[in-house]
Design a protein around this ligand. Structure first.
Ligand code: DAH
Length: 343
């Protein structure tokens, strides 16, 4: 056995598995050197004496060479794994883009908060409505000129027959149909709000868009009067504008209420002194409201001699425009990040 050749062989191994195999080849159970070592005991004493030291030396040298090579290979392995794990702690960070709440949603959330603190429950309704819920049940009969108050996007007719209820589909023009949906399935007393997107088929300008948002409210109980309404809405506007606004009611016509009002709010933009936002009047119309019309109660099967109620519909976009001093409603829907990032 040429120890020089064996060492060369050991040093040529490039991984621990091969190295182990090489070690076994000489010193494993049936390794060639091991076999010779085991055979020593069967030799006559003289021969054994002469041969043993040489074999022992070989064994030591092979063991030493394997240990050395193994150390080297392990070091290399660690080095290369460290290299692949290097973290450059001086490299600039990757900026995480955080989204944030849309200004309309912010205002809507705040409104929900105020009304729930006054005991109102939040409910929802569909954006695609039937003619029955959007108009008929709200005391706006077909062919009545009042329908012209709501320029409507009609949807392609579907075969949805009902003997009594008009099933033509449309995009809801207001959130008032949710009043009907809720009363159909719930008894008085009740206090609800619902908010969401509504649609109007009309030309858009700085204060009108084909879509906007409303928050509808409804309270029904025994002995509800306009005084209850004034109190609730006064609290609401105080909460929203931190006590800085005044309100007043002005008579107005909406088919689903009697009497009906427009709620005027002193202009928060100019402290009611008069500015372009309030057309120099110091006051702004922010909602429609009134005492629920008996025909509406009849449409949902309530006893008109038993209950009264008030209802209101607030333009969320207008309130948000006031709150943030935004002069064009279309900015809310343009998706312009330069605008949206300011809130
Ligand atoms: N639905 C009305 C509109 O969109 C607003 C409104 C007026 C809602 C009077 C009401 C109400 O609940 O009582 O123009």
């Amino acid at each position: 056995m040429d120890i020089g050749e064996i060492k060369k062989e050991i040093l040529s191994k490039s991984n621990l598995k091969e190295l182990d195999a090489a070690h076994k080849k000489y010193l494993g159970k049936n390794g060639s050197l091991n076999v010779e070592l085991k055979a020593l005991k069967d030799l006559p004493p003289d021969e054994r004496k002469a041969k043993a030291p040489e074999l022992q030396r070989l064994k030591r040298e092979i063991d030493a060479a394997v240990v050395e090579r193994a150390g080297y290979l392990k070091r290399k392995e660690i080095e290369s794994s460290l290299e692949s794990e290097i973290i450059d702690i001086t490299a600039p960070g990757v900026k995480i883009e955080m989204g944030h709440i849309h200004p309309l949603t912010k205002v809507q959330d705040r409104m929900n908060e105020i009304f729930t603190s006054l005991g109102f429950e939040i409910v929802e309704g569909p954006e695609v409505e039937t003619e029955w819920y959007n108009f008929d049940a709200l005391n706006i009969p077909e062919d009545h000129p009042a329908r012209d108050m709501w320029d409507t996007f009609w949807l392609a007719p579907e075969n949805r027959e009902s003997e009594t209820k008009n099933q033509n589909l449309l995009l809801r023009t207001h959130t008032s149909p949710v009043q009907i949906r809720y009363m159909e399935t719930h008894h008085s007393p009740l206090r609800i709000i619902t908010s969401g997107r509504v649609f109007r088929h009309e030309a858009s300008d700085a204060s009108h868009d084909i879509q906007f948002h409303q928050l509808e409210g409804l309270m029904v109980d025994k002995n509800i009067t306009v005084a209850n309404f004034k109190a609730v809405i006064g609290e609401f506007l105080k909460g929203l504008f931190a006590g800085k606004v005044q309100t007043r009611l002005r008579p107005a016509y909406f088919p689903f209420v009697e009497p009906g009002f427009e709620v005027m709010m002193s202009c928060a933009n100019c402290d009611a002194k008069g500015c372009p936002v309030c057309s120099k009047t110091g006051w702004l119309e922010v909602m429609g409201a009134g005492m629920v019309h008996p025909n509406v109660f009849k449409a949902v099967g309530y006893d008109v001699n038993e209950v009264q109620g008030f209802a209101f519909g607030i333009g969320i976009d207008r309130i948000a425009m006031m709150k943030y001093k935004i002069d064009d409603i279309r900015l809310f829907y343009g998706g312009d990040l330069k605008f949206l990032r300011q809130f």
